[in-house]
Structure formats: C-alpha cells, structure tokens
Design a binder for this molecule. Structure first.
Ligand SMILES: *[C@@H]1O[C@H](CO)[C@@H](O)[C@H](O)[C@H]1NC(C)=O
Ligand SMILES: *[C@@H]1O[C@H](CO)[C@@H](O)[C@H](O)[C@H]1NC(C)=O
Length: 138
C-alpha cells in the first residue's frame, strides 16, 4: 500500500466530516404555522403533529408582527407547559422580534422543546403552544 493512501482512521474521519456537512446542508427551515404564521387561535399542537418529524439543527421560524402582540417562550417542563405557567419560562423572542423574516430558533439541543406565547391568553386560550422533539437525521 502506498504511503500516500488513507488509513482506516482517516477514512472514518472523512466520512464523519462528509456526514456532518450533509446534515448541515439538509437542515430545514420550518415556518411555524406555515402560512398561518404564529397567531392566536391556530392549533399548534395539531400543526406540530402534522409537521413532525423535526430534525436536529432544523430552524423554526416564528413570524408575527408587532400589532398582534405575541412572543415566544421556552417552558422548562411539561407541567409549566400544560398549565401555561411562565414563572420559570425563558423568553426567546419578545413581541417586537417576530417581524420581517421572523424570529429564528435552531433545534440544536437533544431535548424536548416546549414553546408557548406569553402574551395575554395566547397560551391558555389561544392554543399558541407546542412540543417539538428533534430527531437525528441519518
Ligand atoms: C388541537 O389539536 C389537537 C390534536 O389534533 C386536539 O387534541 C385538540 O383537542 C385541539 N385543540 C382544540 C382546542 O381544538
Ligand atoms: C415594533 O415595535 C417597536 C417597539 O415599539 C418599534 O420600535 C418598531 O418600529 C415596531 N415595528 C413595526 C414593524 O411596527
């Protein structure tokens, strides 16, 4: 075997690099609610169920304009999600951040993501909440 040839370790490394490039290339941009965007009264639980699977490194785009007064929070657990309890929630995007191309959130952690709008009755009555679990892309 010529000394310029690749050994097994180098080949594995190349495959890993190629696979990660492929993953980046194939990561999708998903507009939450499709043409409905992020709005009151749209069933996002249903939307998420119909749109799944979501993949690791996909980008969720939340679009809403100032006038509609919505936001995007990450809820810490299922209980706070179900009860729309924002006391320990993390603000991801305030009501001014959904305009233009929208607020973008990359699913870059292996976890269950609980999203909800924290304005008015958006979460409790407006169905503006959803659970997203990223899947590995092979
Ligand atoms: C939203 O959709 C889910 C899944 O289809 C359903 O279980 C739920 O009852 C719906 N919520 C409302 C308020 O219609
Ligand atoms: C949204 O609200 C912010 C803060 O009030 C304001 O500065 C901005 O101009 C508004 N943008 C639009 C598109 O109305």
């Amino acid at each position: 075997m010529a000394s310029s040839g690749f050994n097994a370790q180098q080949i594995i490394l190349l495959l890993a690099v190629a696979a990660s490039l492929l993953t980046v290339t194939r990561a999708a941009m998903v507009v939450v609610g499709d043409s409905g965007n992020w709005r009151y009264g749209y069933n996002y639980t249903e939307w998420a169920a119909n749109t799944a699977p979501f993949y690791f490194q996909d980008t969720l785009v939340f679009k809403y304009d100032n006038a509609t007064v919505h936001s995007v929070y990450m809820m810490p657990n299922l209980r706070s999600y179900l009860q729309c309890d924002f006391s320990k929630a993390k603000l991801l995007a305030d009501p001014t951040q959904g305009g233009g191309d929208g607020f973008r959130f990359v699913l870059n952690q292996w976890r269950v993501f609980y999203f909800a709008s924290g304005e008015g009755n958006d979460c409790k009555d407006g169905q503006m909440k959803m659970v997203v679990v990223p899947w590995p892309r092979f």
